[in-house]
Design a binder for this molecule. Structure first.
Ligand SMILES: [Fe+2]
Length: 325
């Protein structure tokens, strides 16, 4: 499929809305993650939810696949369709479960420049620049940015963008608040901190932790998005369900705001059906979901009235938007 043309934003536009999806952990259909989580159904629901916010771009911050599963052709069809449906680019970068070389030829075809590896790309939304980085260090729990990657980033940032820059990488340059995840963020974050100090970088988007978290790298805000697939309940919680989330990021002329948005409060053992794919406007069979499987509406979506959402008639969304604007 040809890369769809997306909305051209004027360079002087000072406000942007980014929708972040992270850690979708797609498995070859009809396999379920952990035998019970339908990652395709959740990703479809997440993209449907993204429509509500009329984003200027969707950023997928890694672990598009689960365990290097060969899902990339189907995922590219889905994300191409989402870009056309949403009227904005869908930007991806690799996580520790991904195969960067497989992603390179399928995604980010609207990029303005490449970096030293397939995970390093540069994009412009009008005057806003988004730079992706591949932070995976295969076989090791922590992420890493090489001297080559950091040198390239330093060179890119030497020329400021009219509306500033957002960085996106999988491994957060801040430690998780969960002791369980200690040592699983970006190793040596001070190296990245020194590269971005004094530049136009106004925010950093990450994933990987499968829980929401904010932080700072020097004077730059960091947002760790909760996962589309599998956010385990807190230890000791009576809730035994995994939840599914996206994040909305609002960039004003001098502000960076991020909030998690619940897509599904729980994931029963269900599989997507062709009709659930069609709820997002996908042609039948685009993700190869089986006929006769349970409906997407069986998921505990916050607002299951997809038609109403698509028509922009959701009063709750309007209220939420007014709080953020
Ligand atoms: Fe993940």
């Amino acid at each position: 499929m040809e890369q769809p043309a997306w909305r051209e934003l004027p360079a002087a536009q000072g406000s942007f809305t980014l929708l972040q999806l992270t850690d979708t952990h797609l498995r070859p259909d009809p396999e379920l993650l952990f035998g019970r989580i339908d990652t395709w159904a959740l990703t479809l629901a997440a993209l449907k939810e993204a429509e509500r916010f009329r984003p200027d771009a969707v950023v997928v911050t890694g672990d598009l696949a689960d365990c290097c599963s060969e899902i990339y052709d189907d995922a590219a069809r889905l994300l191409d369709h989402a870009a056309a449906k949403l009227g904005c680019p869908v930007i991806t970068l690799p996580g520790n479960h991904d195969v960067p070389a497989r992603e390179a030829g399928l995604f980010n075809r609207g990029r303005a420049a490449n970096g030293p590896g397939p995970g390093e790309t540069v994009h412009f939304l009008g005057g806003l620049r988004i730079i992706t980085l591949d932070s995976d260090d295969p076989g090791r729990p922590a992420g890493i940015l090489s001297a080559e990657q950091l040198d390239w980033l330093r060179d890119e940032l030497a020329t400021p963008a009219p509306q500033g820059t957002v960085l996106a990488l999988h491994h957060p340059p801040v430690e998780s608040t969960l002791p369980l995840l200690a040592g699983r963020g970006l190793a040596s974050p001070q190296l990245l901190r020194s590269v971005i100090a004094g530049t136009d970088v106004r925010g950093i988007l990450c994933g990987h932790y499968h829980h929401a978290q904010s932080g700072w790298l020097g004077s730059v805000p960091v947002w760790v998005g909760p996962a589309v697939a599998c956010n385990p309940p807190a230890p000791g919680s009576a809730d035994t369900s995994d939840s599914s989330w996206i994040s909305v990021i609002r960039l004003g002329p001098d502000s960076f705001r991020a909030a998690p948005v619940l897509v599904s409060a729980g994931m029963p053992a269900a599989t997507a059906s062709n009709s659930s794919a069609q709820a997002f406007g996908l042609p039948p069979g685009v993700v190869g979901v089986p006929e006769g499987a349970p409906e997407l509406s069986e998921l505990k979506l916050i607002n299951p009235d997809l038609d109403k959402i698509a028509a922009g008639q959701d009063a709750a969304v309007e209220k939420f938007n007014s709080l953020l604007d």
